[in-house]
Design a protein around this ligand. Structure first.
Ligand code: NAD
Length: 399
C-alpha cells in the first residue's frame, strides 16, 4: 500500500482516476538476483531490488541500501518517500531507490567492491541513460559511489561521490545539516526556544546522526544522549560532541564520560527534541506512549510507524516529517548532479546555505498549510508534495 493516503488528500486537492492509477503503485520495479564470484571458492548471490516510483518531476533519484533484511516492499516505500521529498523541496528529481539484500558488515572490502561493480553491470543501460541516479544509503558510502563512477566514467551518473572524484564538498554532512536547519526552525515555532537552549537526543550516530550532532553543537544546543545499534550513552550535562566525532569513523563511543543507556530508554528521555536518525520503524504503537520529548524530528526515513505517529499526534507532540527533516542529502545531491553536468564547483558553505534556504522555504510552506487546513505537519508536507507532483503530471499531459 502506498504511503500517500490519496483518499484523505482528495479532500484538499483534486485526485482524479488517472492520478490514482499513477500514484498508487510504482512506475517500474526490477527484482534481480545479483551474483558475483569473489574468489575461486566463494560466490555471492543477493536479491536486489530497484524501484522507480514516479518520475514526473525528473529522473529517479535515491540511495542504494545494503542490509541483510532489505525487501522489495521496503525499497518501494523508500522510493515513494523520495517522490514526496524531492517534490516538497522542489528539487527536479523523481523518486527511486535500490536495495541489495546483504549484510555489509560481513563483506570484505574486496567483496563489497565486486558486489557494487556487479550492481553497475546489471543496471548499466539505466545508469548510462541517467534514468536512475544512485547515492549512498544505509550500508553504502562514498566509496561505493566512487566505484559506480569508476565503472562508468560519467560524473552525473551517481551522487555522494568523494570530493576527490567529483563529489561535492559538504555532501557527507548535508543530511545532518538539513536536520539541524529544520530543528532550529521547529524549536522556534513549536517550543518558542532557540536551539541553543534545547536538550537533544539522537538515536543512530551514523552519517545523519553524527553530523546533526556536530551542527547542533556548533549552534550551542546540548546533546544529552546518542546511540548506535549496540546501545547508547547519556550525560545530562551534555556529551562532548567533538570527542564523539573523533571516534565516529570507528563507530565506537570510547573514553567519554557518560552513563550507558539502552535504545529503548533513550527514546523515552525527557528532553526538548528527539531525533531518531537510525532506521525505520523504531517508534511503534507500543513505544510511542513512552516518548517524553516535546518535539520529534525524523532524521531517518520512516522512524515512526503510522500507529506511533497517531499516538504522538493525540498527545500533542509535534513531528517534523522525514520528507522535510532529512531532505538535506538530496538537496546536496542535486547540486552535485548539476555541477557534474555543467562543470561548475561549489564550496561547502554555499551547499549549506542552499540547504538552509530550501528547508526554510519548505518549512514555512508546511506551517502555513498545516494552519490553513488544521493538518499535522506530516499531512501538510504530504499535501504540498502531492500537489507539486500532480501539477507536473498535468503539465506533462499524463493526467
Ligand atoms: P548509517 O549506516 O551511516 O548510520 C546508521 C546508524 O544507526 C549507525 O550508528 C547504526 O549503528 C545505528 N543503528 C542502526 N540500527 C539501529 C537501531 N535499531 N537502534 C539504534 N541505532 C541503530 O546510516 P545513515 O546514512 O546515517 O542513515 C540513517 C537513516 O537516515 C536511514 O533511515 C537513511 O535512509 C536515512 N537517510 C540518510 C541519508 C544520508 O544522506 N545518509 C539521507 C536521508 C535519509
Amino acid at each position: 500500500m502506498a504511503i500517500m493516503d490519496l483518499e484523505r488528500m482528495s479532500k484538499y486537492v483534486e485526485v482524479n482516476r488517472q492520478v490514482r492509477m499513477l500514484l498508487e503503485r510504482p512506475e517500474k520495479e526490477m527484482s534481480i538476483r545479483l551474483s558475483t564470484r569473489v574468489s575461486s571458492e566463494e560466490m555471492i548471490v543477493a536479491d536486489t531490488y530497484v524501484v522507480y516510483y514516479n518520475t514526473a518531476r525528473g529522473v529517479a533519484k535515491g540511495g542504494v541500501r545494503m542490509a541483510p533484511d532489505v525487501s522489495l516492499e521496503e525499497v518501494r516505500n523508500l522510493a515513494e518517500l523520495m517522490v514526496w521529498k524531492t517534490a516538497l523541496t522542489k528539487i527536479p528529481f523523481g523518486g527511486g531507490k535500490a536495495g541489495i539484500c546483504l549484510d555489509p558488515l560481513k563483506l570484505s572490502d574486496f567483496a563489497k567492491r565486486e558486489v557494487t561493480r556487479e550492481f553497475v553491470h546489471i543496471l548499466k543501460e539505466e545508469l548510462i541513460a541517467g534514468n536512475y541516479v544512485p547515492a549512498p544509503d544505509m550500508g553504502t558510502s562514498a566509496r561505493e559511489m566512487a566505484i559506480i563512477y569508476g565503472e562508468l566514467h560519467i560524473p552525473e551518473c551517481v551522487t555522494g561521490k568523494p570530493p576527490s572524484v567529483g563529489g561535492l564538498p559538504g555532501r557527507r554532512e548535508a543530511t545532518g545539516r538539513g536536520v539541524v536547519a529544520a530543528a532550529k526552525l521547529a524549536a522556534k515555532e513549536c517550543l518558542g526556544k532557540d536551539l541553543s537552549q534545547c536538550t537533544v537526543v539522537i538515536q543512530g550516530f551514523g552519517n545523519v546522526g553524527s553530523y546533526a550532532a556536530q551542527f547542533l553543537h556548533e549552534l550551542g544546543g546540548t546533546l544529552v544522549a546518542a546511540s548506535n545499534s549496540r546501545g547508547g550513552i547519556l550525560n545530562r550535562q551534555g556529551l562532548p560532541v567533538p570527542e564523539l566525532m573523533a571516534h565516529y569513523p570507528r563507530r565506537r563511543f570510547e573514553g567519554v564520560e557518560a552513563e550507558t543507556v539502552s535504545n529503548q530508554e533513550l527514546l523515552a528521555l525527557d528532553v526538548d527534541i528527539l531525533i531518531p536518525a537510525a532506521t525505520g520503524g523504531v517508534i511503534t504503537g507500543d513505544t510511542a506512549e513512552a516518548v517524553r520529548a516535546k518535539l520529534v524530528l525524523e532524521g531517518a526515513n520512516g522512524p515512526l510507524t503510522p500507529e506511533a505517529d497517531e499516538i504522538l499526534g493525540k498527545r500533542g507532540i509535534p513531528v517534523i516529517p522525514d520528507i522535510l527533516a532529512n531532505s538535506g542529502g538530496v538537496i546536496a545531491s542535486y547540486i552535485e548532479w548539476r555541477n557534474a553536468k555543467s562543470g561548475s564547483i561549489t564550496m561547502a558553505e554555499e551547499v549549506y546555505e542552499f540547504i538552509d534556504t530550501l528547508i526554510e522555504r519548505a518549512f514555512q510552506a508546511m506551517m502555513q498549510t498545516a494552519h490553513e487546513h488544521e493538518l499535522s505537519y506530516r499531512d501538510a508536507a504530504m499535501l504540498l508534495a502531492l500537489d507539486e507532483v500532480i501539477g507536473a503530471m498535468r503539465d506533462r499531459g499524463w493526467v
